[in-house]
Design a protein around this ligand. Structure first.
Ligand SMILES: [Zn+2]
Length: 222
């Protein structure tokens, strides 16, 4: 189980700055949660990433109680909490308002698995919720949980953005970039006849290759 350490908090700040730099976070819109031993770390509400310090983070229990930290936790804490409970295979979630994923979310379209890295890192099609206002955190989190499924690491929030998970923070940050790239490709490929999805059995095979075999000897040569 991941420990709540200063270096983990510094890693989250680095991830926020990186995601801001590449346009996935705009202003203070965007937030990160990382599962730790007694709950989850969450970015604070309305704190500029440029000035964010390790002590600004808040730890919230899985029951939704603030257990450490002085700041107000992100307004989207409930979204992270419910997804972390639903998906014990995920150690971190990133919520972004990135441009192309949000285009998909505004069209309320499902993003099929169209590129191999998406099959590996996200693992399934990325579905879009029904619209729930960002101000209604309970409705938004219920929609996200009802839509993500158990095969995909990401979900689109209608007319809002995306939430992307990973086994750890580095994987979740990587998955955000892969989702954005796949959304870009999907939207642009529409001009030349549309992107064709990868067959489901091959998506599963690619995902399993990452989860169970990557970095190990590949005896089946998949
Ligand atoms: Zn948001």
């Amino acid at each position: 189980m991941t420990q709540d350490t200063k270096s983990l908090r510094e890693e989250i700040i680095k991830a926020c700055l990186y995601l801001s730099k590449i346009g996935q976070f705009t202003g203070t819109w965007g937030n990160i949660s990382v599962r730790v031993e007694d709950g989850f770390l969450i970015t604070p509400s309305a704190v500029d990433y440029m000035t964010m310090q390790p002590e600004d983070f808040v730890v919230v229990s899985m029951e939704g109680k603030k257990i450490r930290g002085e700041r107000v936790p992100s307004s989207e804490t409930e979204l992270h909490r419910r997804l972390l409970i639903l998906r014990p295979d995920m150690g971190a979630f990133v919520h972004t308002h990135s441009l192309y994923a949000t285009c998909m979310a505004c069209a309320q379209e499902t993003l099929p698995v169209i590129v191999e890295d998406m099959a590996q890192i996200i693992g399934g099609e990325v579905r879009c919720t029904h619209y729930a206002s960002g101000g209604r955190s309970k409705d938004l989190s219920e929609e996200a949980c009802a839509t993500i499924g158990d095969d995909s690491a990401a979900v689109l929030l209608a007319n809002h953005g995306a939430v992307v998970g990973g086994r750890n923070l580095a994987e979740a940050v990587n998955a955000c970039q892969i989702l954005e790239k796949a959304a870009f490709i999907y939207i642009n490929a529409a001009a030349i006849g549309g992107a064709k999805p990868i067959p489901l059995e091959l998506v599963t095979e690619e995902r399993n290759r990452l989860l169970y075999r990557y970095g190990k000897e590949d005896v089946t040569n998949l």
